[in-house]
Every structure is written in C-alpha cells, then in structure tokens.
Design a binder for this molecule. Structure first.
Ligand SMILES: Nc1ncnc2c1ncn2[C@@H]1O[C@H](COP(=O)(O)OP(=O)(O)OP(=O)(O)O)[C@@H](O)[C@H]1O
Ligand SMILES: [Mg+2]
Length: 412
C-alpha cells in the first residue's frame, strides 16, 4: 500500500539521482522533509545500462532522503526520459450517448479512449494521454465538456509513448533497491509541473530540461503539451568537448565548467585565464577563459539550434508567447539564458522548482525540478482522486500517469 501521509519523488538521471520526500503537515499542506542527491551511475543518455550500478545509487539517494526525513520509504514516483520517448497528437470522436444529449463523464472517457487508439509498436507502450481540448459539435476549444449539450464529442490529445524495456529496467532497479513504484511519468512533464506557471502553459512556452545525457523538450500551449521530444545531448557533451580541446581529464573539465564555465561570450572577461594541469609531466599552462567559453558556447548553441529546427519543422516557434524556460543541471551553466534568448529570439528564464510551501533553499535549484515535480504531480493526482470530479483532465500530468502497479506489484 502506498504511504498516504508522504510522497516520494525519485529522479534517476544520467548525472544525478535525486530523491525528495514530502509529508503532509497538520494543516494538510505538503512540506519537503527529506532530500537526497548523489552522482549517478549505470545510466547512459537517460537509459539504464548497468542495473547493479544504477540500483546502488538509487538506494543511496533514497537512503540519504530517509535519513534526512527520519522516515522509511516504501514507494516512489519516478520518471523516464531519453530518445526512447516520443510524443504525438491524436484526435478521437464519439457520439454523445447521455440522456438529453448531455455529455457525461463516460462520454469523456470514451472519447479519450478513441483518441488513444493509435498503432503502438510491440516494444512500446503509452505513458501519458493528455487531453488538450474538446469539441462539441461545431464548438471548439472547450476545456471541460461535461454537461454540454451536443451530438458529437471530439477530443484532441497528446500521447507520449516510451520503450517498455527502458521503463521496466528503471522499475527493476528501484524494486531491487527495496522500493515499489507507484507511477511513472515523462521526466520533462514532471519538471514542467514544478517550474512552469499556469500562464506560461496557457500562453505557449518551450520547456527545456538540459540534463547530463539528454535534453528534453516540451512545448505547452493552451494549457497542455503539444510537442514532446528529446535530444541525446546534454551537459556531459559540453564537458567532453572541453576535455578534448583543453587536453584535460573529464573530472577536471567538469570542475572548470562548474566554476568558470560560461556559454555567452559577452559575460566573460577577455583577460581572465585558468591554470590547467600539464599531463604526462608537462608543465601547467594558462588557458584563456574566453576560449573555454567558445568551446562551451558552440556546443550549447548546437543544442539550441537543433531544437529550434525541430520547432520550426512543426511550426511551434510561433506559439511561444510565454517564452522559454530552461531547467535541469545544464540550465545552471552561466550564460544559458542569454544564449538561448539570442537563438530563439524569445525571453528566457531559468526554471527553479516551486509549488511546495517552504521549499528548502537547497531544493530550489534546477537539478531538483523533476523530483519536486514528481511530488507535485502525485499530490495533484491524489487530490483529483479524493475529489472524484476531474473526469475531463485539464492538461496537467495528473490523471495521465502511467499506472504501473499491475506490472510489478510482485516484482520484488
Ligand atoms: N552549476 C553548474 N554549471 C554548469 N553545469 C552544471 C552545473 N550544475 C550541474 N551542471 C551540469 O548539469 C548536468 C547534470 O544535470 P542533471 O542533474 O539535471 O542531469 P540528469 O538529470 O542526471 O541527466 P538526464 O536528465 O540527462 O538523464 C551535468 O552535465 C552537469 O555538468
Ligand atoms: Mg534529468
């Protein structure tokens, strides 16, 4: 049975594993009581490649959060990412069956079922079906058609599919660490829950989660996702480029990136230099920071240009009235907002998680966006269950979670 007085969000990334424990206080408000963050192992580009290594870091991150909260975790909400995840839009149509031609909750369920009837390859499964809007006869753009009168009900939905094997490997690692998985979400959708405002989702916003191994893309407008995608590049490629050009180890390059890294030339002092260790007995040497910036900027620009091309192909760049929000650890790189704003010609902000009362300062960083978003999405789902009213769904992650309980309740 899930713990009903606490929610645990577990973000298993290529670079970092983050666990957040949130508990309901006496007033029924969620508060974060424990956090754990450890460097990740056993994943490549968001996908598990070494179960044993991944299982160990998962267990460690959750244990840290358990110690922090003084609680024992039994079950978690988690997410998947990577190139195996795909999004597409679909439409369903049904005849309104209710008495007096009033749309009932059953009609809404039927039309969503009709919209999700797409051909899914054997090795993939549907993770989310998110209603965008409904039409009743010729009335378009309806958010909740319940009780409206009409003959024909249509629904536009965004469907996200993922690889069954990739999802099951994540579940297996968590199960082997001793925890059950309540639900599984697309990572960037969870991130959007904790970082984006309702206005941004409504006006049209590009949400980017720049992780270590992947950059995840979600375009929201009119309150719901319309486009999801993922690039197999992230902050790790930046570090690897630096390491090749500067002839330094990956660890040293990562350190320099975190301390002096910047991807927007105008922010860098052209006289500043970094002292690099000499390899193989060679003496240390100075390397201009502006040169480091150029290495980083060209890789980050490439990532943004690839995303811009995808958006242009689909025509979504004209729907970004709310601008661009960047989260994930890669968003902490200095100059990211400036570079993205230059490339997309839209206002850009770096998204940090919010939405939970008194969120600890250490949690208010882009690295925690997904874990906090998983908690928020789970809370929304619990609220919608207890209210038992939201049959229409409104475009948030809740009610679209992939229910995985059946698969693995006996998995441990
Ligand atoms: N302060 C910082 N400045 C620059 N880059 C940073 C900073 N902090 C973290 N990063 C970079 O962010 C990346 C890790 O981000 P994050 O923890 O969100 O990735 P992840 O979720 O583990 O990966 P993925 O989502 O791709 O599986 C690394 O490449 C790291 O170098
Ligand atoms: Mg991530």
């Amino acid at each position: 049975m899930p713990d009903n007085d606490m929610i645990v969000g577990l973000d298993i990334g290529t670079s970092t594993v983050c666990a957040v424990i949130a508990e309901y206080n006496d007033e029924g408000m969620l508060q974060v009581s424990g956090m754990g963050m450890v460097p990740s192992e056993g994943l490549r580009k968001g996908v598990v490649v070494n179960i044993e290594a991944a299982q160990k870091v998962i267990a460690y991150a959750v244990e840290l959060a358990e110690q922090d909260a003084g609680r024992t975790v039994h079950d978690v909400y988690t997410s998947v990412t990577g190139g195996n995840v795909e999004g597409l839009n679909s439409r369903g149509v049904v005849a309104v069956s209710g008495r007096g031609r009033e749309v009932t909750s059953l009609d809404i369920k039927r039309v969503i079922e009709a919209a999700r009837a797409i051909a899914v390859p054997m090795d993939r499964e549907i993770l989310h079906v998110i209603p965008q809007n409904y039409m009743v006869d010729d009335k378009v753009g309806i958010r909740n058609p319940l009780d409206m009168i009409g003959v024909r009900l249509e629904a536009d939905v965004h469907i996200i599919t993922g690889s069954i094997a990739a999802t099951q490997n994540i579940i297996k690692c968590i199960n082997r660490s001793g925890y059950k998985v309540n639900e599984i979400s697309l990572e960037a959708l969870a991130g959007g829950e904790s970082v984006l405002t309702e206005d941004e989702k409504e006006l049209g916003t590009l949400f980017l989660d720049i992780g270590g191994g992947t950059t995840d893309i979600v375009v929201y407008y009119e309150g719901a996702p319309h486009y999801t995608g993922s690039l197999p590049v992230g902050g790790d490629q930046v570090t690897s480029d630096m390491s090749i050009v500067m002839e330094q180890s990956l660890d040293m390059s990562e350190k320099i990136k975190l301390n002096q890294g910047c991807c927007w030339e105008p922010l860098v002092d052209p006289r500043a230099e970094v002292l690099l260790a000499g390899l193989g007995g060679r003496p240390p040497r100075n390397f201009p920071e502006i040169e480091i910036c150029r290495i980083i900027q060209s890789r980050m620009a490439e990532i943004f240009l690839l995303i811009r091309k995808q958006l242009d192909q689909k025509g979504y760049r004209n729907h970004l009235g709310g601008g661009i929000v960047i989260s994930g650890g890669g968003g902490m790189l200095q100059g990211t907002a400036e570079l993205a704003s230059d490339i997309f010609n839209r206002p850009v902000r770096i998204g940090i998680p919010s939405g939970i009362k008194d969120l600890p300062a250490s949690c208010r960083t882009p690295v925690y966006s997904t874990a906090v978003g998983l908690v928020l999405a789970a809370q929304n789902e619990e609220m919608s269950f207890s209210a038992e009213t939201d049959t229409a769904g409104t475009g948030s992650v809740r009610s679209m979670w992939k229910s995985v309980k059946d698969w693995f309740s006996n998995f441990i």
